[in-house]
Each structure stands twice: as structure tokens, then as C-alpha cells.
Design a binder for this molecule. Structure first.
Ligand SMILES: Cc1cc2nc3c(=O)[nH]c(=O)nc-3n(C[C@H](O)[C@H](O)[C@H](O)COP(=O)(O)OP(=O)(O)OC[C@H]3O[C@@H](n4cnc5c(N)ncnc54)[C@H](O)[C@@H]3O)c2cc1C
Length: 582
């Protein structure tokens, strides 16, 4: 039996109100909302996730999506749950106001994203993909398309998909062959096969809005010749009612390692009707809007699945007795074995780092209008959050199995499901290598390290604040030494990160060297950023006049992260400096 899901409301309260030294929700909303409001929203979502979505997670895994007579069906309960989610306004909550949504700050969206994914990651993909489609249509669609499709996506009545991948075009979108031929009436006839389309067919909503990347006759070769189209599963009449089925056939659904509750479809387009979104040959730009939103969403997915694995493991360890525990009375559970404690702390400190970084990246996007430098920092963090959090989710979910021992390997406990579900996160929405190439090529080498240097300067300030806190910390009962230890480790990791960055910049003339170590460099920056999040937390709790038990626990987590995770930066820096070893 899986452990019931408990949403991490207190962490979000801390992150929204204190961790970054200000009420980030009030700042993002111009005072229209406060951290208190955001906590209420998170608590409401947590209740919905725990009571409606989480109970369907096992059925999604064990029964899964099925293709029956050309129609994909989800296990019992999914349709009602989706309708309830849309009717409660959870789909429109994070949609931009310009698209008719509530426009909640991205930092609050990070919390919601984590909760949906922790509750039921396979199901959450349904409206996460829709969120990407909403952003892409909001950025580029004509008034007609907005009226017909965007409104229904925002209300959640219909769902959205992202159709990029083809058998011969995975990472390399320039190889896409699906053809969109213009018709006299201004629509396009789309033909081709798309594979791996998440929630490409289902029975939980009345229509599906496919966003399709295709080539038009005579278009330039490669990615520059791609255009973006809307192709609904069911065509829409002029009065907005549903008409005939479009000629898009679900040929198969994939049998996968995990996320069985998410139908991954092979779709065949045979002269299907499509509508151009934005400029002809401007498809990639539109798709990037969608991909960026989805990549940040993957950070939330990694966090959610990891937290679910942690909660299960902690619960199991608290109840399992096995042998005498060093320096503890008889009858103490395995949770107190020093090594089990180490694993659980490793998991929890990593989950907090991911959670805090997701909120921080949301906050950067919320402030992106305030200056080019903030936008650049937000964009720097997109591949870091996606790549690092998804890779770490593999470690966390694997550790979760270890805590259960043999029972972790047995499906009944649910620990194995988290591990299997997490395995896709470093692959889709661009593999970790693709995130790392984006990071190194577009975001570090292109501005010769300027944005990353600005990040390091901010971390320097946190180191100084931790150290000064010790000197001036009147009334501090916890953490003086701990805070300084954390500051010292962070400062040393920062030195190593600067050396690694210098080495990387030195590879500018020999790109194979830079790209051979781009993933280690991404992991270095992600690990450093995780340590920074913990250090900011240590600064925030240090100002409390009367530190609480929770403050002490947060400081312990920060101390642990800096000793067990942050230190990996030194090894990664050595690897980066080595370049390609051919
Ligand atoms: C469950 C699931 C759901 C999916 N959902 C969707 C969806 O909704 N919509 C959609 O369009 N697609 C979807 N995908 C496709 C997914 O995005 C691709 O599988 C992914 O981008 C990788 O492409 P590929 O499988 O062709 O692998 P390949 O591109 O063949 O890559 C194979 C290996 O080569 C490496 N590689 C390739 N190119 C480079 C490079 N330039 N530099 C360094 N390394 C490189 C990769 O990192 C990887 O290790 C989904 C896939 C799965 C499995």
C-alpha cells in the first residue's frame, strides 16, 4: 500500500514569505496577493491532490491507459477527477491573464506543479502539456484561434498536446517530415506520423488541441522551415460546437517503463485539418515558448515524484524494526540506523533544494520584466532546473527503494513506481545532454560567462551574510557554528565553480572539449544552486529571535546538504577541467 500523500505546505509558506528575504508573492502580484493567499492556494491544491488525484496513482500505474477500438481509455475515476480539477479552476489558475486565466505568479505555479506531480505524475502531464499549449497560443495565435481554442484550453474543457517527435526526428527537430499543404480556404492539410505524443488521445475531456510542428511545401530545409499548427482531434463548427472527427488516428500507445497512466500515442495524420499559428516558418519560436514552460514543469515533476518517494520511505522506516540500533534503546525502528538516517536526510535535503530552486526560478520569471539581467538569469536556470532536478530525482527515488530494502523492489509498496516514473524525466522535453548544450552554448559561452558570474556574485553575498550573521547574531540560539560551516563549504564550492567556469570558457576554441563536459558542468551548477538555496534558508532562519524546532531542522538539512551533496561540486569541477578524453 502506498503512503498517503502529505502536501508540503509549511515549506511553501517559508519559501514564499521568508527564504528570499521578502514576500515574493506580494512582489510578483503588485500586492494583489500575499504569501498568506499563496499558502491558502497551496493548501487547497494539496487537499485536492491528496484526496482526488493521489488515490488514482496506483490504478494509473497498474491498469494504465489502454487503446480499445481506436480510442484511448483511462482507468475508472480519471474522467471524473479531471472534470473536478477543471471545474475547481485549477487549470486556469496558472494560465496568463492575457489568455483569460487567473495569472497566478510562477512561484505559486511551482508549488502547484509539485503537488500535482507528487499526487499523480502521469495524470499531471495531461494539464502540464495544456499549460505549454496555452502559453504558445497566447504568444502567437490569431484572434479566431484564441477565441476557438485558447478559451477552452484555459477553462480546462479541452486538453492540449505537443506534437514534435517523429520516428526519424527526436532531438533533431530539423529532421521533421510531417507536411502541411495549404488549401484554398486558408487551412492546411497535415500528413505524417508523430510518435511519443503525451496524452495524444484519451477520454477525460471532450476535445484535444494538438500543437503540431510541420513543414510546408518549398520551406527551407532544417528547423528554419518549420511552422506551428493547431489541429484539433474533433473539428469545431463556426458556432463553437463540436463537428466531425479530424483525420488523426491513434495508431498505438507505447508500453513504457513508467508513467503508465499517461497515454503516449503514435498519431497518424492523413490530410488532417490544421490552422497556422503565428508566422509561416516561425514554428520553432512558438514551440520554444511551449518547451520552456514544459522544461520548468519538468523541474516540478522531478520534485513532486522525489517528495512522494521520500514520504513513502520515511513512513516505512519509522515502522520497520530490524536489529539493534547503535546507541538507541531496543525496539527503535530502522529510521534511526545511522545509514538509514543518512539516506533519508540525503533525500529530504535534496527535495528541499529542488523545491526551493523551483520557487526561485518562478520568482525570476515573475520579475523578468524588471530588467534584461533578471530575464537572462531566469533563462540560465531553465536547463539547470530541468537537467539537474531530473537527474537527482533518479538518485532520490533509487534511495527510496534502498530504505525499504527488499520490499522496495516489490511493486506493492509503490517505491518502485516512483523510480520507474522518474526515469523518463531526464529524457523528455530535451535529454539532459540537450539541456547541458543549451546551458553551455547559449547561456555561458555566448555571453562569455557574464550571467554565470553574476550568479556567483550573488552567492558570494549569501556567504558573507551567513558569516556576518554569526558576528552580529545577537539572540541567535541555534546554528552559529553550523551557519559558518555551511558558509565555508559554500565558499569553497564557489571557488571550484569559478575554476570550472574558467576552464569551460577556455574551451571556446575547441567545442568538443566544452560539450564533452557540458552535463557535468550542468550538474555542478545545479548542485551549487541547491547549496545556495539551503544557505539562503540558513540566513533566513538565523534572523529569528527565538528559533523554533523547524528552524533547527532546516539548519540541519542545510548542514547535511553542504556536507553530502554540495561537496560533489569539487569532483565535478575536476571533470569539467579535463575536457574531452577521447
Ligand atoms: C514517455 C515519453 C513521452 C514523450 N512525450 C512527448 C510529447 O508529448 N511530444 C513530443 O513531441 N515528444 C515526446 N517525447 C519524445 C521525447 O521528447 C524524445 O524521446 C526526446 O527528445 C529524445 O529524442 P529521441 O528519443 O529521438 O532520442 P535521440 O534524439 O535519438 O537521442 C538518443 C541519445 O543521443 C543523445 N543526443 C542526441 N542528440 C544529441 C546532441 N545534439 N548532443 C548530445 N547528445 C545528443 C541524447 O541525449 C540521447 O542520449 C516523449 C518521449 C517519451 C519516451
Amino acid at each position: 500500500m502506498s503512503t498517503p500523500y502529505v502536501p508540503p505546505v509549511a515549506d511553501y509558506e517559508f519559501l514564499y514569505r521568508e527564504a528570499f528575504g521578502r514576500d515574493i508573492v506580494a512582489d510578483a502580484s503588485g500586492g494583489a496577493l500575499s504569501a498568506d493567499d499563496a499558502v491558502e492556494i497551496i493548501a487547497g491544491a494539496g487537499e485536492f491532490g491528496a484526496s482526488v488525484l493521489a488515490p488514482l496513482d496506483r490504478a494509473g500505474d497498474q491498469v494504465g491507459a489502454r487503446l480499445e477500438d481506436g480510442q484511448v481509455r483511462l482507468p475508472e475515476g480519471f474522467t471524473d477527477a479531471y472534470r473536478a480539477l477543471a471545474e475547481a479552476g485549477w487549470v486556469s489558475a496558472t494560465a496568463p491573464e492575457s489568455a483569460g486565466g487567473d495569472g497566478l505568479p510562477a512561484s505559486v505555479g511551482a508549488g502547484l506543479g509539485e503537488i500535482w506531480n507528487a499526487s499523480n505524475a502521469a495524470f499531471a502531464l495531461c494539464w502540464m502539456l495544456g499549460a505549454g499549449a496555452i502559453h504558445a497560443l497566447d504568444a502567437a495565435a490569431s484572434d479566431d484561434l484564441r477565441e476557438t481554442y485558447l478559451t477552452k484550453l484555459v477553462s480546462g474543457e479541452w486538453t492540449g498536446t505537443m506534437n514534435l517527435t517523429e520516428p526519424e526526428a527526436g532531438t533533431d527537430l530539423g529532421a521533421i517530415r510531417t507536411m502541411a499543404t495549404p488549401r484554398d480556404d486558408g487551412t492546411y492539410a497535415i500528413s505524417g506520423q508523430k510518435i511519443f505524443i503525451t496524452w495524444g488521445d484519451h477520454d477525460v475531456a471532450d476535445n484535444i488541441v494538438h500543437l503540431v510542428l510541420a513543414r510546408t511545401p518549398g520551406a527551407p530545409e532544417g528547423a528554419k522551415g518549420l511552422s506551428l499548427f493547431v489541429a484539433p482531434r474533433t473539428l469545431v463548427n463556426d458556432d463553437g460546437s463540436l463537428g466531425e472527427r479530424n483525420s488523426i488516428e491513434t495508431v498505438a500507445i507505447e508500453h513504457k517503463l513508467g508513467i503508465h497512466g499517461s497515454p503516449t500515442c503514435v498519431l497518424s495524420y492523413e490530410d488532417a485539418t490544421g490552422y497556422l499559428v503565428g508566422e509561416l516558418h516561425g514554428g520553432l519560436a512558438g514551440m520554444f515558448v511551449m518547451m520552456n514552460s514544459a522544461r520548468v514543469g519538468m523541474g516540478h515533476q522531478a520534485t513532486g515524484i522525489s517528495d512522494r518517494a521520500l514520504q513513502g520511505a520515511a513512513d516505512y522506516a519509522a515502522g520497520r524494526l530490524q536489529g539493534p540500533v547503535i546507541d538507541r534503546p531496543a525496539g527503535t525502528s530502522i529510521a534511526e540506523h545511522p545509514d538509514v538516517r543518512r539516506i533519508l536526510r540525503s533525500m529530504s535535503s535534496q527535495v528541499f533544494a529542488m523545491r526551493a530552486l523551483s520557487v526561485y526560478v518562478g520568482d525570476l520569471f515573475d520579475r523578468a520584466d524588471s530588467g534584461e539581467d533578471v530575464l537572462r538569469m531566469a533563462e540560465l536556470f531553465v536547463p539547470i532546473l530541468k537537467g539537474w532536478a531530473s537527474e537527482e530525482a533518479l538518485r532520490v527515488t533509487s534511495d527510496g527503494i534502498q530504505v525499504y530494502g527488499g520490499m522496495g523492489f516489490i511493486e506493492e509498496t509503490g517505491a518502485a513506481q516512483h523510480y520507474r516514473d522518474a526515469r523518463i524525466v531526464p529524457i523528455y522535453e530535451g535529454t539532459t545532454a540537450i539541456q547541458a548544450n543549451d546551458l553551455v552554448g547559449r547561456k555561458v559561452l555566448r555571453d562569455q560567462g557574464a550571467t554565470v558570474a553574476a550568479l556567483f556574485a550573488q552567492i558570494d553575498e549569501t556567504v558573507a551574510a551567513l558569516r556576518e550573521g554569526r558576528a552580529v547574531g545577537e539572540g541567535r540560539a541555534v546554528g552559529d557554528d553550523t551557519a559558518v560551516r555551511i558558509a565555508d563549504r559554500l565558499s569553497r564550492a564557489l571557488d571550484a565553480s569559478r575554476r570550472a567556469t574558467d576552464a569551460l570558457l577556455g574551451f571556446a576554441g575547441s567545442p568538443r572539449d566544452a560539450y564533452a563536459v557540458s552535463v557535468p558542468y550542468l550538474m555542478l551548477l545545479g548542485t551549487l544552486a541547491g547549496g545556495w538555496m539551503h544557505a539562503l534558508t540558513a540566513v533566513a532562519v538565523a534572523v529569528h529571535a527565538a528559533p523554533s524546532e523547524t528552524d533547527a531542522a532546516r539548519l540541519t538539512e542545510a548542514d547535511f546538504y553542504s556536507a553530502h551533496h554540495l561537496v560533489r561540486v569539487h569532483a565535478l569541477a575536476e571533470t569539467v577541467a579535463a575536457g574531452e578524453i577521447a
